[in-house]
Design a protein around this ligand. Structure first.
Ligand code: SF4
Length: 311
């Protein structure tokens, strides 16, 4: 079995970033939001407090080793199990990555802390920043993103605008649409107005194609997404992945493989990915389903989440 990595995963192929080496810099699941479409499950620590959740030295040591082994990727992508800007040493981490490799750094963020100057300064060290904006007003923002009480949509939008004015790199803004929640013409017009204020380099439309924290979240069909993308302007593209997964029988046999592995011993996501040769997103889908069914539970040891099937 491959050596366990605590903070890095992949490289995995990603529709938005090509071959991407993931870097996880906050514990599962520390976030400023609790989005109803989150694939990771419910937020366990909803906070706006920045802290040294994971020390950069430990991440950089892993990265140095991985690069030395000849790893190739299009991007080193900071994101992972929660909101990465909550890590107070994000800027130092990006500086450290840039001393090790020329691979560009991408940062996945929900953008909610960009109203803070210290957060903007840290984010500006990345090459590409991929923030999110799923609503143009308070009601829908609260309905979809369930923010911490101190997070306001006005601050999210003004933070994005301030960041745009200060940052010379690329901003690829993701808008996740949920049928019936933020897809009516009034909501789309509000989102368009916010996009015009923020002036990102790209707008990437997505929808809830994967299993979500909350049941009953409806995805938007591909034709409607294309119509909305055309309305939002030429910088907008659809990035939702509607490609059919493997056939049902294949899925079930992979799910069984995951479960039988978890019956033998507790495994981290990386154990399962490397042991069965399955991508992290797919493993997460199976593990989330098993947890919802109550057949798998998780526990944490030394900062790693382990999953184990109930006996
Ligand atoms: S911001 Fe990202 S990690 Fe946080 S709840 Fe939303 S989807 Fe999940």
């Amino acid at each position: 079995m491959a050596e366990e990595k605590k903070y890095l995963y992949g490289p995995v192929t990603s529709r938005r970033l090509g071959l991407s080496l993931g870097v996880d810099i906050v514990p599962f699941k520390v976030c400023t939001l609790d989005c109803i479409y989150c694939q990771l499950g419910g937020t366990t620590q909803k906070t706006t407090d920045r802290a040294e959740y994971v020390p950069p030295e430990a991440i950089l040591a892993e990265l140095r080793e991985t690069i030395a082994r000849g790893m190739k990727a299009d991007f080193i992508t900071i994101g992972g199990s929660g909101e990465p800007t909550l890590n107070s040493r994000l800027g130092e981490l990006i500086d450290g990555i840039k001393k090790i490799t020329d691979i560009p750094v991408a940062l996945l963020t929900n953008g909610t802390l960009l109203y803070r100057q210290d957060v903007r300064a840290d984010c500006a060290k990345a090459d590409v920043v991929l923030p999110s904006l799923d609503a143009g007003g308070k009601r829908v923002f609260e309905e979809i993103n369930c923010p911490h009480k101190d997070i306001l949509i006005e601050n999210l939008i003004s933070g994005l605008c301030d960041f745009r004015n200060e940052f010379a790199g690329q901003i690829w803004l993701e808008v996740l649409l949920i049928e019936g929640l933020n897809t009516d013409t009034g909501q789309i017009a509000k989102i368009k107005k916010a996009i015009e204020q923020v002036r990102p380099d790209k707008v990437q439309l997505n929808t809830a194609v994967r299993p979500t924290t909350q049941a009953g979240i409806k995805k938007v069909d591909p034709e409607k997404l294309e119509t909305i993308a055309a309305y939002l302007g030429e910088k907008c593209e659809v990035v939702a992945d509607f490609s059919p997964g493997p056939c049902h029988k294949h899925i079930e046999s992979k799910a069984e493989d995951v479960l039988s592995m978890l019956k033998r011993r507790p495994c981290s996501l990386n154990d399962i990915c490397s042991g069965l040769g399955i991508q992290r997103d797919e493993v997460l889908k199976y593990v989330t389903r098993f947890q919802q069914q109550g057949v798998v539970h998780s526990s944490e040891k030394d900062g790693i989440i382990f999953f184990k099937a109930m006996s």
